[in-house]
Structure formats: structure tokens, C-alpha cells
Design a protein. Structure first.
Length: 164
């Protein structure tokens, strides 16, 4: 289930800013990675990945707040938080790999534009490999862990999920 689907189920009144910030943080993760793929160096790309990592922390905090406000059912909170944390772990691993990879210096026989395009394509492929699982695969059912549950009791019943 996507973040956008979840926030549409928040109450109509009183949570518009939280809805907007939650969607913005979730989309910022992807947009920042894509923007970083155009970076001219590995170090610069790693800086964009760091920003995406920070956006994932923002998203996690907003999901926690929605759970505390009791507008996000515990089951959905757990699934989205797990997905967010898993994505952040992948980004941290990718950032380490990017920082460990030396920059490619353009071959004098090739144009600078070709070298930059090759580097951008390589970064896009690496980012896509690491993140495709988080975006494309449905989140498996999980059991809440006591250390990551919001400090409230789970709702007695959860509204049914409409067909997608």
C-alpha cells in the first residue's frame, strides 16, 4: 500500500498539513535519488543519497505522528514503517558503496558529455537495483515489534482495505 493511498483515508478535516508533508517526504526520497543520478561525482551523488536518507527519517516521523493521533491503523503503520526503514537501510548501503567507488575520469578519446552520460546511467542503474524492491514489491504481512510500536493500544478493528 502506498503512502498516498494511506493518507487519503485520514479524516477529511484537521490533518491536511500532515497529509501533504507525509506525501512530500515519501516522494522526496525518490525525487532526490533521481536528481542525484545527474551528479558529476560519486561524492556529490552520495550527498543526494544522504538527503534521501533524511527524507526517509521525516517520513518515519510523520507516520509515527499519524499513529499517535490514531488516524493510521497500527497494521498499516507497521507495514509502512518497516518499508521506510528497509528503504533507508538500502540507501545507507548504496551510499557506502558509492563513496567507496572511485570517480570515473573521462577517457580523452571520448567526449565529456559521453563520460557524464555513462556515469549518470551507471548511477541510475545502481539506484534502481537497490530501490526496486522497496517500490515494486508489496509489503509482506508482519507482526508488530514491541520496540517500534507507537505507545498506544491497537484499534479494536481496522477498516477493510478496498480492492486496488
Amino acid at each position: 500500500m502506498s503512502v498516498r493511498d494511506v493518507v487519503t483515508r485520514y479524516p477529511v478535516r484537521g490533518y491536511s498539513e500532515l497529509k501533504a508533508q507525509t506525501v512530500s517526504a515519501a516522494e522526496s526520497i525518490i525525487f532526490t535519488i533521481v536528481e542525484g543520478c545527474g551528479a558529476s561525482s560519486q561524492r556529490e551523488f552520495a550527498r543526494f543519497l544522504e538527503m534521501a536518507i533524511k527524507s526517509s527519517k521525516d517520513l518515519e516521523g510523520q507516520l509515527e505522528l499519524a499513529a499517535v493521533y490514531e488516524i493510521l491503523p497500527a497494521r498499516r503503520w507497521e507495514a509502512l514503517t518497516t518499508e521506510t526503514v528497509d528503504t533507508r537501510r538500502m540507501l545507507v548501503g548504496l551510499r557506502k558503496k558509492v563513496l567507496a567507488t572511485p570517480d570515473r575520469h573521462p577517457d580523452p578519446s571520448r567526449s565529456i558529455g559521453h563520460a557524464q552520460q555513462t556515469t549518470a546511467n551507471s548511477k541510475t542503474a545502481i539506484a534502481g537495483r537497490y530501490l526496486s524492491r522497496a517500490v515494486d514489491q508489496p509489503t509482506p504481512p508482519s507482526t508488530p515489534s514491541p520496540d517500534r510500536s507507537p505507545s498506544r493500544a491497537a484499534p479494536a478493528s481496522t477498516p477493510p482495505t478496498p480492492p486496488q
